[in-house]
Design a protein around this ligand. Structure first.
Ligand code: ADP
Length: 192
């Protein structure tokens, strides 16, 4: 493993594109000495998004649990609001909303390279839930969305960007979104 040239995968989501934040997101990565080595705007299919997000029960339950813990914190009755309090059923619902959201506008896909790129990019993006994301992060500075609001409107949380969580996930996502295409470049920045 070479931590100096680690690669990670980023998607600028529909809300990031529609808020005109493509340049700002890229700027924040480049500002931290991360290198953009692949970049493209495209319209994904539902199938591509369905295959992008994990399908295992544990991941889906975790998604449902995020909603349930927000509901518990704010005293919202999950059964009244969503018709169930089961984490798996809610997770499945949220996953569908996520697919609807992700195909609602073009996305921008990127491969970002640099020192600890996976962790650096996650740090620059901030907490998954924008209302909890620190100021100074992309999600904290440009969104205030929360699951309580999103789920009451039967939609996914809009948090501007997706970024791989681990090096293994990054390798899988780079191959899913750029696999077989020679569009990942090698070059030196002037400061390299
Ligand atoms: P991350 O994108 O930070 O890795 P997750 O993998 O947990 O976060 O979730 C995937 C995406 O699902 C999030 O980026 C967000 O858009 C959406 N999401 C997460 N939790 C919820 C929730 N409770 N309700 C609606 N959407 C959610």
């Amino acid at each position: 493993m070479n931590f100096k040239t680690e690669r990670t995968f980023v998607l600028i989501k529909p809300d990031g594109v529609r808020k005109g934040l493509v340049g700002e997101v890229i700027r924040r990565f480049e500002q931290r000495d991360l290198k953009i080595v692949a970049l493209e705007m495209f319209q994904p299919t539902r199938e591509q998004i369905d295959n992008h997000y994990p399908k295992d029960e544990a991941w889906i339950r975790r998604l449902g649990q995020k909603t349930l813990s927000t509901y518990e914190k704010y005293g919202i009755d999950a059964t009244k609001e969503l018709g169930t309090a089961d984490d798996l059923a809610i997770g499945k619902m949220v996953r569908q909303w996520l697919i609807d959201f992700m195909v609602s506008a073009p996305l921008v896909r990127l491969v970002v390279e640099g020192i600890h790129a996976v962790d650096m990019v996650r740090k620059i993006c901030g907490h998954t839930l924008p209302y909890l994301a620190d100021m100074g992060t992309i999600r904290g500075d440009y969104s205030a969305d929360s699951p309580a609001v999103a789920n009451s409107e039967h939609r996914a949380v809009m948090n501007l960007v997706h970024a791989s969580e681990t090096a293994t996930e990054a390798a899988h996502e780079i191959s899913h979104w750029f696999g077989g295409r020679e569009v990942i470049y090698s070059y030196q920045r002037l400061t390299d």
